[in-house]
Design a protein around this ligand. Structure first.
Ligand SMILES: Nc1nc2c(ncn2[C@@H]2O[C@H](COP(=O)(O)OP(=O)(O)OP(=O)(O)O)[C@@H](O)[C@H]2O)c(=O)[nH]1
Ligand SMILES: [Mg+2]
Length: 320
C-alpha cells in the first residue's frame, strides 16, 4: 500500500539580522558573502553605505534577512546623523544583531601603529560598545579581517571585547575569504524564529532598480577617485527606461560639491568619467541581465547633502 498521507509542510524560520559596526569594518562585504550575490556596494572608503540595505540569505529551511547598515561613528553633518540613526534603528528592529569589528584596525591602534583611519575606527568601536551598554543590549561580536592575523593575538583581543559584557558570543571571521562565516551563520540560523519566509525564494535583495543602478555607479566613482573626493559625491538616476528591444537606457547625474571635484570626476580628456561609465555599465549589464545604455553627467550642487529629497529617496530621516 502506498502512503498517501500528505507531507507536513516543513517548518520554516525567518527573521532579520542587523550588521552594525564602524565605517569600513567590512559589513557590506559580509552581507554580500552571506547572500552569495552583490546586494550592497563595497569600497575601501569609509562611509560607503548610506542607508540600510537588505540582502536575503537562505540556509536550509531558514531565511535570514541581513540588514547592512551605514557605519556608526560620531556624526557631524546632517547626512551623517541620519545614517547613524538608521544604523541603530536597523539593529533595534532585528531578531539578532552582529557587531562587526575590523580587528586589523583594532590591533594597529593598540600597537600605536594606526593610520588616522584605523585610529578613528577603533574609537568608533568604543562608541558602539558604549551605545550597547547604555541600551543594556547584548549582541554577537564578529571580529573581521582575521586574514593575516595571528591566532593568539586574536584570542587576546576577543577576550578583551567579551569582558565588556555587551556580547553574547564571539566569532572570528574573514568576510573576504569566508573563513569562520559558516559558524556565524549557523548561530544566526538558530536564533531565527519559526515562521513563514519574508521574501520569495528567488529574491536576494529589495533595492529598487533605479537606486541600485545609482549605487553601482557611486561605487565606481569611489573606487576611482576616493582620495580626491572625501565624501562629496552622490549619484541620482534621472531616467530608467526599458526599451522594446529588451535593453535598458539609464541616465544618471553624479553630483559633487565643487567645480574642482567636477573636473576630477571627468578627468583629463574625459578619461575618468569614461572609466566610471564603463565599469558601471558592465556590472549593471550583469546584475540586470540585459544590455544597458548608460549616460552619465557630472554636476556641481554645493549642498546636495542638505536636500530633503535625497533623504526621502533613500529612506533616511531628514530631521535628526
Ligand atoms: N583583509 C580584509 N579586508 C576586508 C575584509 N572584509 C572587508 N574588507 C575590506 O574592507 C573595506 C571596506 O569594506 P566594506 O564592506 O565596504 O565595509 P563597510 O563596513 O560596509 O563600510 P561602510 O559602508 O563605509 O560603513 C573594503 O576594501 C573591503 O575589501 C576581510 O575580511 N579582510
Ligand atoms: Mg558598507
Amino acid at each position: 500500500m502506498t502512503d498517501t498521507t500528505p507531507q507536513a509542510p516543513a517548518q520554516t524560520r525567518a527573521g532579520f539580522v542587523a550588521i552594525i559596526g564602524a565605517p569600513n569594518a567590512g559589513k557590506s562585504t559580509l552581507v554580500n558573502h552571506m547572500v552569495g550575490a552583490k546586494v550592497s556596494i563595497v569600497t575601501q572608503k569609509v562611509q560607503t553605505t548610506r542607508f540600510p540595505v537588505r540582502g536575503v540569505a537562505i540556509e536550509g529551511d531558514t531565511q535570514i534577512v541581513l540588514v547592512d547598515t551605514p557605519g556608526i561613528f560620531s556624526p557631524r553633518r546632517r547626512l551623517d546623523r541620519a545614517m547613524v540613526r538608521s544604523a541603530w534603528a536597523g539593529s533595534e528592529d532585528a531578531e539578532a544583531t552582529v557587531h562587526l569589528v575590523d580587528v586589523q584596525a583594532e590591533l594597529a591602534s593598540r600597537a600605536d601603529k594606526a593610520t588616522p583611519g584605523e585610529f578613528r575606527s577603533a574609537q568608533d568601536v568604543q562608541t558602539i560598545i558604549e551605545g550597547l551598554k547604555a541600551a543594556n543590549r547584548k549582541v554577537i561580536l564578529a571580529l573581521n579581517k582575521i586574514d593575516g592575523v595571528k591566532r593568539d593575538t586574536l584570542l587576546a583581543v576577543a577576550k578583551d571585547f567579551f569582558d565588556t559584557g555587551v556580547y553574547s558570543d564571539v566569532f572570528m571571521i574573514s568576510a573576504t575569504t569566508g573563513a569562520g562565516v559558516e559558524d556565524l551563520t549557523a548561530k544566526l540560523v538558530s536564533m531565527m524564529p519559526e515562521g513563514p519566509w519574508l521574501y520569495p525564494e528567488d529574491q536576494t535583495a529589495d533595492l529598487p532598480a533605479r537606486l541600485l543602478a545609482a549605487e553601482i555607479t557611486r561605487e565606481k566613482v569611489y573606487l576611482r577617485v576616493h582620495e580626491e573626493l572625501p565624501y562629496a559625491a552622490t549619484v541620482e538616476t534621472t531616467a530608467f527606461e526599458e526599451r522594446k528591444d529588451g535593453s535598458v537606457r539609464i541616465e544618471q547625474t553624479i553630483l559633487v560639491e565643487r567645480e574642482g571635484q567636477r573636473i576630477i570626476v571627468i578627468g583629463k580628456g574625459g578619461q575618468t568619467l569614461k572609466w566610471i561609465g564603463q565599469a558601471s555599465r558592465e556590472e549593471l549589464c550583469e546584475i540586470l541581465d540585459r544590455k544597458v545604455h548608460l549616460f552619465l553627467h557630472v554636476k556641481v550642487k554645493e549642498n546636495w547633502a542638505e536636500e530633503r529629497g535625497l533623504f526621502s529617496d533613500i529612506g533616511l530621516d531628514f530631521d535628526v
